[in-house]
Design a protein around this ligand. Structure first.
Ligand code: UDP
Length: 265
């Protein structure tokens, strides 16, 4: 092996497969792999509001790595292989199911608006919702009837997705509770992973404060993207707090690319 040969193709020469609002996917080093790159861009739901928040991508890469690695460790299948650098991770290429799977434990956001339930109300049980991934339509909520009628997933696949969502929710609720955070709700996405002729559904995309509602258990402070959506400020500080509590960043470490983090007295 030529030791002077870079292990990965330099970014400029890599083939870009897909660019979303907060991430870019590049061709991976081996067939069946991709590189997922986390950007600093933040948009609200209909991409009406856009901002670049320095350090957000680095934090989401680390937090998503931590959560996906732990899911892999307990046998929940995910697309995650390993983190490559501050902004990138190596993942398995999957065929994405065009759904956002939202799991809710506490009323907030669109559920509160739609059903008139006060934010912060504990739900009688965890609720799973599906949104059809279509930006132009504003990712509308759909039922299992729509999903099967339009062929986005089969009834068996919906069962598998729901079973995964419940496992992920139970695990993450416990993990976050252990560090003083309430998992109010989160969004996950799934993909079909093909291994020879066998296919299984795995958790894909990212799980980070961009896609979860995380409230401090005592103060109810928001430690998630609602800080951006609701113009509250302090997003990088909140994400850094989540990373620290998960044991990702040391006490005095700050994410590269982010501005100084105030040391609390
Ligand atoms: N969510 C997401 N991407 C979306 C829509 C929702 O990550 O396109 C997440 C959001 O961060 C929250 C959960 O899914 O944790 C439920 O969001 P909700 O439907 O309440 O949307 P909102 O009221 O915030 O518009």
């Amino acid at each position: 092996m030529d030791i002077n040969k870079p292990r990965y193709t330099p970014m400029s020469r890599r083939r870009r497969i897909y660019e979303g609002k907060a991430k870019v996917l590049y061709e991976g080093p081996e067939p069946g792999t991709l590189i997922q790159h986390f950007k600093d861009d933040a948009t609200d739901f209909n991409a009406k509001k856009h901002d670049v928040i320095e350090g957000k991508g680095v934090l989401n890469n680390r937090i998503s790595e931590c959560l996906f690695q732990r899911l892999n460790d307990i046998g929940v299948p995910t697309h995650f292989i390993r983190r490559l650098n501050m902004r990138e991770q190596l993942i398995r290429e999957v065929e994405m199911i065009p759904l956002e799977v939202v799991v809710r434990n506490v009323a907030a956001g669109s559920l509160s608006k739609r059903l008139g339930i006060e934010e912060g109300t504990q739900l009688p049980r965890s609720i799973i919702e599906f949104n059809y991934k279509n930006e132009q339509l504003g990712n509308p909520m759909v039922s299992e009837e729509h999903i099967t009628a339009f062929g986005w997933a089969t009834p068996q696949e919906i069962d598998d997705v729901m079973a995964l969502a419940i496992r992920v929710n139970d695990f993450l609720c416990g993990l976050f509770l252990g560090v003083g955070i309430r998992l109010v709700d989160f969004k996950m996405e799934c993909g079909r992973l093909w291994e020879n002729d066998l296919m299984r559904i795995v958790v894909a995309d990212e799980i980070s404060p961009d896609s979860c509602r995380l409230w401090d258990i005592k103060s109810n402070d928001k430690l998630d993207k609602d800080r951006f959506r609701r113009d509250m400020g302090g997003l990088v500080e909140a994400y850094t707090d989540v990373a620290r509590r998960l044991g990702i960043l040391g006490e005095n470490e700050r994410p590269q690319g982010a501005g100084p983090v105030l040391v609390k007295g």
